[in-house]
Every structure is written in structure tokens, then in C-alpha cells.
Design a protein around this ligand. Sequence first.
Ligand SMILES: Nc1ncnc2c1ncn2[C@@H]1O[C@H](COP(=O)(O)OP(=O)(O)OP(=O)(O)O)[C@@H](O)[C@H]1O
Ligand SMILES: CC(=O)C(=O)O
Ligand SMILES: [K+]
Ligand SMILES: [Mg+2]
Length: 579
Amino acid sequence: MSHSLTSSLLTPTKLIPLKSLPKPYLHFFQPQRGPILAVQWKPKSKSKSKSKSKQQNVLLAVADGAPDLSPVVLESSLEVDRASLSGLKENEVGSIPRTKFVCTIGLSTSGSDELEALAVGGMNVARLNMCHNTREWHKEVIERVRRLNEEKGFAVAVMMDTQGSEIHMGDLNGVASAKAEDGDIWTFTIRSFDAALPDRTISVSYDGFAEDVEVGDELLVDGGMVRFEVVEKIGPDVKCLCTDPGLLLPRANLALWRHGRLVLQRNNMLPTITSKDWLDIDFAMEEGVDFIALSFVRSADSINHLKSYIAARSPKSDIAVIAKIESVDSLKNLDEIIHVSDGAMVARGDMGSQIPLEQVPFVQQKVVQLCRRFNKPVIVASQLLESMIEHPIPTRAEVADVSEAVRQQADALMLSGESAMGIYPEKALAVLRSVSLRIERQCREERLHEALQIPSISSSLSDEIKEEICFSAAKMANKLQADALFVYTTNGYMASLLSRCRPDCRIFAFTATASVRKRLNLQWGLIPFRLKFSEDMHDNLSRTFSLLKLRGMIKSGDRIVAVSDMLQSFQVLTIPCTC
Ligand SMILES: Nc1ncnc2c1ncn2[C@@H]1O[C@H](COP(=O)(O)OP(=O)(O)OP(=O)(O)O)[C@@H](O)[C@H]1O
Ligand SMILES: CC(=O)C(=O)O
Ligand SMILES: [K+]
Ligand SMILES: [Mg+2]
């Protein structure tokens, strides 16, 4: 038996029988003729640098016993998310949703196996909510996600979500929840306790609380999941009568209402970014997260402040700042906030305790539309499948809510409690996925894109040209029923402009930087790859054609519309038989 291990690219490592090869790599060998006995797979280096260890990860397939014994070296320079690969293999384009999925990681999903199950199920971004748990806990989760990406070929991005300065409850003596019954009297207090809290006592994070409240005020816990009426103030203690019973969860947010309106004085005095948040932001920069979601943004100033801090402290970092739209003040400044942010989140949980609930759907629609106009990714978050925290199937109303967000063509949907503390995190993600696929197909059948009227965003002539190129390329791809759009992009901008047009076909986005590739994970319809490409478009195209063909992602005769941000042009091509 002869193994042809000849490439000088490879340092000899160990031979691994094909059956023990990690699953994502198996399909690479399917197009080869002859039996493949083994592959040479260099194990990951222990290096912390993701890109370095990935580049060293060379795969070599050895065909033996067949007339053609030449080894097939599979270039490691093309990286794609394993979930995208398996999606394409299963059922071609139909099985990868255009809508992206963010999953909040909590105790239900923080283990390596659970994280992997979510990644297999289509999680694009893992969200860490700094309201809960310690930095050490979050650091371990980030390391597990990083290992998953390096060892199993995923490209899950990490989003850190700040606690913000809104008032919230403390922990509940270490228990997971406490039931507040109708007619109960609970004490909300700013006192601190060394020992356990007395029965029916809740600590409150904000020192001015006892002073700010008035007898008769309404206290909404966790966006209104539980309600109390303030009945008495005794120094630091505020006695409250439970009027809407429910489960109290540790560190839940509190909102005060008076005469049917949110009490705002307090908000205006508190900073959007607290001292804890700054420490968490430093931590996020050290850990190299991909996104920072800023809670309770009120104006563009706090976004600008955070962005300039990141630029000064970590000039090479590529962290995107997402504005969470969840405070009543943010609604007055929506345009300027979205304009300066790298994306937005419709955080319906807290938003629903700051404005009347019936206005939340309107805010969602408005934010989604504005983000599309400004070319920023938008996430619709909170309670999408709330009942799945406890039940294996969603309510019909929840399915309708998810459908509406997909129909609005939001970039991403987010799971909160469903994945953080629920019993069925994978099932919840599977529901998001199947509903998204169904509604997206319907939108294509209804030719939703034909109604597309997106106003120009360009701020310079060069941007205007890019916008026009992408708009025309997407329009042509729809008209010619192209099989795919290809975009070669340095900083991701051209890819996002194509995504903004929400074309019918999938968009393969090639970029040289790992961080850009992970950022593109949050944008509708993009399948991001990491690939070193040159200024020679012909060379890029022929390389990507053969690499993607080898992986079964495209086939001879497919029609492609290719866009490049270097040439500021686009081309229409048919995949030749000979690449
Ligand atoms: N890291 C964690 N550890 C323990 N529990 C968590 C964690 N993250 C989330 N949870 C639980 O999941 C529930 C919902 O999660 P999530 O953090 O999305 O809440 P949220 O109230 O929507 O977010 P925010 O606090 O930003 O408004 C929380 O109430 C909490 O009980
Ligand atoms: C996600 C979040 O912060 C909210 O819905 O309030
Ligand atoms: K938060
Ligand atoms: Mg919130």
C-alpha cells in the first residue's frame, strides 16, 4: 500500500483513518475518484491566535488503489462555517436560512456539548449578558466558543451585552426563582445584607430608589411579567403589593410607572455606560469579542463615546457596536443612534416596560426599516418563543411573531431565556430555523424584492458608485434567476450593500480577514468565507469556482453574478465545466 504524501507544504504529522476524521471534513473527499484510505490532518496548534492555527490546518486526502494516486491538497485558505457547509450539502440552497440567529448563553447552554449543538442548529452569534454571572464564567464560555470554532470548523461570533444602568433586582438568596402571589406584600430595599435576605425581600441596585418612588406607583418587574403597587415607604424599604403574580428571576429589570407613564427623572441622571460596564468593555476587548451590544442607549453620544474608546484602546480591533433600542429616550433619537452604530437590536423586553405594549410592534417595524435604510444589521429580540423555556413546542402566536420578523426581513432573530435557561434550547432554535426557511421561501415566491424601494445612503461619490453597483447586481441576479451572488470584499461593505437588497439567491462573501467574516455572520443572506484574494478578478473567480465546486456548493452551468469592491464592477458568468 502506498501513501503519496508528497506536498512540501506539509510537515509530516499523523495519518488518521477516514472514519475518525471530524465530520465537517468528510465531504471534502466525496468528489475524489478511487477509495480514500486516509487523510493527513495536522492537529490544531495550541496557539491562541485563531488565524494562525487555522492556516496551519492543512488537509491532505490520499487516494490509494486507484489509477490516479496523486494526493489532493485541499487549500486551508478557504474557510466557511461548518453549519453552512452541511446546510448546502443536505438540500442545496434551500436549507440555509437567510435570517441569522443569535442565542443567549446561560446555564442551559454554557457547556461545550450544548454550545456545539446550538452551532450545528444554526447559531451564528453567541450572546453573553453581563447582567448575569461573573466575568470568569463568561470568559470560559468565550474560550469554549473559540475552541468550537477552531476544532470543529464553526464560525460562531461572540456578542457581549452590557448590563447598563437601569435599576434591577439583586440575587434571590441563590435560588433560581421566587413566586410572587396575588395580594402578597414584598419589600424592595436598598439596604445591603451580609447574611441571607429576609423572606419576601428583594434588594434593589439603585441607591436613589427609595427616594424616587411614591406611594401609588406601579413597579414592573422583567418587562411587566410581575407587577406591584407601592403601598408604603419606610426609610430604605419600600413595601409593595403584588397585583399581577408571577415568577421573580434573579437580577430582573425594574421599571416605575406613575399615572400611566414611565418615571423618567432617574434615567436622566444615570450614565448609559456604568463603571461596571466599562470594566466589562475592557474585558470584551481583551477577549476579542466580535460585537458589543450597548444597553439602554439614549442618544448617539454614548455610541460615539464607546466607539472612540475602543478605537483608542484597541486600534486594531474590529469590534462592532450594536445599539440596543429599549429605552423611551432612544425613540426620540433613533435616526442619529442608528446612523452612528454598527447595528441595532430591538430589545422588546425592556422596551415593553417603557412604552405601552401595543406600541412595541410599531417600534420594531420602524427600527427594522431604519436599519435597512442606513445599511445596518438589525436583531429582533425577546420573547420570540418565550413559552419554549418550559414547553417543547411554541404557541401559534409565537410562530406568527417569528414569521412577522422574518417577513420584515430583519437580519437576525434572538433567543433569550429560551436558550439561556430553558429546557429546550435546541428545539427553540430549530423552530426559528424552520419558520425562517418557510417564510423566506414565501417572500421569494411573492417576489417581495420587486417592491423594493431603498433610499440612497451614500455619503461620498465612491459610496454612491458601490451602492449602485450592488443594487444593479442584485436586481440583475433576481431577473436572471442567478444561482448565487459572489462578492469579494476587503472590509465587508460591499457584502452588506448586497445583503441590504435582500436578493433571491444566496450571497457568497469572500473576505481576507477573520474578524470581518465573523461580523458578516450577523447579516441577512450572507454566507461568509475567509479567502485570500488578489486584485486579479479572473484569478479570484477561477480559484473560488474550483474550490466551491469541490465542496459541492456550486456546479457547472450555474449562473453567477460576481461583485468586487476593488474593481467597482460586476460580471455575469456561467460556471464552466473545466474548473
Ligand atoms: N449567564 C447567565 N447565567 C444565568 N442565567 C442567565 C444568564 N443569561 C441569561 N440568563 C437567564 O435568562 C433569562 C433571559 O435572559 P436575558 O439575559 O436575555 O434577559 P433579558 O432580560 O432579555 O436581557 P437584558 O437584561 O439585557 O434586558 C434571564 O432572566 C436569566 O434568568
Ligand atoms: C434583549 C433585551 O435587553 C431586552 O429585550 O430588554
Ligand atoms: K443586558
Ligand atoms: Mg434589556
